[in-house]
Design a protein around this ligand. Structure first.
Ligand code: CO
Length: 261
């Protein structure tokens, strides 16, 4: 069952998306050499609370942090700790919040200080793949059209899409139907309809696609040790143009006032 959101639910999704995106941008702006991943997660926690929101990740299947912070060969679900970011690292920041009963989910990968050509390509291709996927989030297309657009964009650049983790419907819960793989499967996939809200999130490896989970039970890393990037937006499927919900425009006025506290 894929939920179709009504106008009021969509307004709430816009607000949750705005809070998620503003926190993500604040987090990205505070990335610098020497900061620890725990300091970043603590900062995000303060910002999320300041906007009157809650982390959608903390406690999810026992996940121990407010955000997912994944460094270099870590793909997703990194666990914050004492690690200090170094110049030349890349760090994936994933922020999901619950606000007003709805979830906004978004992610981006940034370079710490600066980066070389290979990392630049990895980041640029992953973000470009996200936008290629978003462009397919139009009523009448199928989930597979999003998957294909992402996969083509990544593979024509010689990079690999992760198979084990996929995008998803999002709304009152963080994970709703349908699944949105970043690669084409043989399955007949659902038709997209106006009012569906989707988290589209390519995870792209510089080397091979395969991944494994570390002993902490959460951190997903590339098997070959190559670096990985992750970009995500929450998107509203529409008849003509998809709408990105994780953008700063629709910041709720109540939390704008609170944020200065
Ligand atoms: Co997500």
């Amino acid at each position: 069952m894929i939920a179709i959101k009504n106008q009021q639910e969509i307004r709430s999704m816009r607000e949750a998306g705005a809070v998620a995106n503003v926190v993500l941008n604040e987090l990205a702006a505070s990335v610098r050499p020497g900061i620890t991943t725990r300091e970043l997660d603590d900062y995000a926690s303060t910002r999320i609370a300041g906007y009157g929101a809650k982390s959608a990740f903390l406690g999810y299947h026992g996940y121990p942090c407010h955000t997912c912070i994944s460094v270099n060969q870590e793909v997703v679900h990194g666990v914050a700790g004492d690690r200090e970011l170094e110049f030349g690292d890349i760090v994936s920041l994933d922020v999901g919040v619950c606000y007003g009963g709805f979830v906004g989910d978004n992610a981006m990968t940034v370079a710490v200080g600066g980066c070389g050509a290979a990392d630049r390509k990895l980041l640029d291709v992953t973000e470009k793949a996200l936008f290629a996927g978003i462009a397919q989030a139009v009523a009448g297309r199928r989930v597979k059209d999003i998957s294909r657009a992402i996969q083509n964009c990544v593979e024509e650049s010689g990079l690999s899409v992760v198979r084990e983790y996929v995008g998803h419907g999002v709304g009152k819960s963080m994970h709703e139907d349908p699944k949105i793989p970043n690669y084409v499967t043989e399955d007949r996939t659902p038709m997209l309809r106006s009012g569906m809200t989707l988290a589209i999130e390519p995870m792209v490896n510089y080397g091979m696609a395969s991944v494994k989970i570390l002993a902490d039970g959460w951190t997903v890393v590339t098997r070959d040790g190559s670096r990985s990037a992750h970009f995500e937006h929450t998107v509203l499927v529409a008849d003509e143009e998809p709408e990105i919900l994780t953008c700063p425009e629709n910041m709720p006025s109540a939390s704008r006032a609170r944020s200065s506290n």
